[in-house]
Write a protein that binds this ligand. Structure first.
Ligand SMILES: [Zn+2]
Length: 64
């Protein structure tokens, strides 16, 4: 897999595929040699989901 980008150079506008390891780094367009930044985390952003806390009940349980 890689990161698919479009060259920000308006006179170029080519589709560029860079490896995942290039995220957050400056790469050059192979067509127009324009350097640009590969955005970090291109794609679907993952929301930070916290697991539900399971403790909090059980103290006031009188089933006996
Ligand atoms: Zn370009």
């Amino acid at each position: 897999m890689g990161v698919t980008l479009i060259c920000p150079n308006l006179g170029c506008g080519r589709i560029i595929v860079v490896p995942d390891s290039a995220r957050g780094q400056i790469v050059r367009c192979a067509h127009c040699n324009q350097p640009f930044l590969v955005p970090n985390g291109a794609g679907v952003p993952e929301p930070a989901s916290t697991p539900p806390d399971e403790d909090g009940n059980g103290s006031s349980r009188k089933s006996r």
